[in-house]
Structures are given as C-alpha cells and as structure tokens.
Ligand binder design. Structure first.
Ligand code: MN3
Length: 199
C-alpha cells in the first residue's frame, strides 16, 4: 500500500458540538478509508505506481475515473482532517496578511469561501488556493476534484478546504449545509493553514 490512511491527531469527538463524533468516525474510517484503498487499487501495477498524488493530479485528465475520483478522495480528506482541530481561533501573521491582501479582510474572505461552499451544486469542495504567484483565491470543485488537478478551473495549491458532500454533515445537520459551513469556522487549525501557505 503506497498511500496510507492518515491517523487523526485528535479524537473523533474533539470537534463537537460543531462536527459530531459519529460523522467523524464514519467519514474517516469508512469514506476516507475506501478512497484510500481504491486509490491504491487503481494505481497498483500501472505506470503511476510510486508517483506522489501531486504528480498524478498534474496529469489526471489522461487517467481513469477511478484514479481521479479516489485519488482526489484520498488527498482531499487528508487535507481536511489536518486543517481542522479543536480550539479554533483566527488567522495571524503572514497568513492574515495574505488574506487581507487577497480579500480585504478575514470577514470578506470567510463570506466568499462560505458562499463557494454553499453554492457548490451537488457534491464537492470549496478551497482557499495559493496560486503560482503566491496570491490567494477562493474556488470550488465538483466531486473529489481539487486545484492540483489539471482539470481544475482554478489551479494552485489548496491551503484550506471544506468537504460539502452530504456525508460530511448530514447526520447532524441534515439538509442544512449553511449551518455546517458556519460551524466549520469554529474548528479550523489556522497554524496548519499557515504552514501550507508557507510550504
Ligand atoms: Mn468526504
């Protein structure tokens, strides 16, 4: 197995009451585990074996749906768990500066990101993306696509992402996706976002 399911650095119940333990457990141990296993299966014995997810995404338009969907599912959830954590807070330092430069204020950034997440039709993700010139933009992608993929409308390095598939929130919020998005702002690990911006 070349791609491994990430262990969370916090307990399944650590993000309550914003994200409930049962949702976290199913999302990580079933959904993310399945994407990871199926990504490995899709890559095994092909020319992609041994390549990083990032390398595969750069040419994903010429790969199978299994590689694109499961590779995205593997990578996107990895990022999602890492940019969340108990405690919350607000962005500081270079990250705060980059957000202010890109969006005017943290409030304006949050509004733009929340709208992208709320208006993504069907299943997908909203992203804060670092573009090649270092600037930050908000985007969203369908299904398990992400900004590292050559098929993405907005390309770059995702530094923050929210999963808006129903499996990410339905047990607790049912059809109320905007409430889940609002809650998400309470469980962001801004240090991790800053680290990804710097990388
Ligand atoms: Mn998911």
């Amino acid at each position: 197995m070349s791609f491994k399911l990430t262990e969370l650095s916090y307990d399944y119940n650590a993000l309550e009451p914003y994200i409930d333990a049962r949702t976290m457990e199913i999302h990580h141990s079933k959904h993310h585990a399945a994407y990871t296993a199926n990504f490995n299966k899709a890559v095994e014995g092909t020319a992609l074996e041994g390549k990083s997810a990032e390398e595969i995404f750069a040419g994903v338009s010429s790969q199978s749906a299994a590689v694109r969907n499961n590779g995205g599912g593997f990578y996107n959830h990895d990022l999602y768990w890492s940019v969340m954590g108990p405690g919350g807070g607000e962005p500081t330092g270079d990250l705060l500066e980059a957000i202010n430069k890109g969006f005017g204020s943290v409030a304006d950034f949050k509004a733009k990101f929340s709208t992208a997440a709320a208006t993504r039709f069907g299943s997908g993700w909203a992203w804060l993306v670092k573009q090649a010139d270092g600037s930050l933009v908000v985007s969203s992608t369908p299904n398990q696509d992400n900004p590292l993929m050559d098929v993405a409308d907005v390309k770059g390095t995702p530094v923050l992402g929210i999963d808006v598939w129903e499996h990410a929130y339905y047990l607790n919020y049912q059809n109320r996706r905007p409430e889940y998005i609002e809650a998400f702002w309470n469980v962001i690990n801004w240090e991790e976002v800053a680290k990804r911006l710097k990388a």
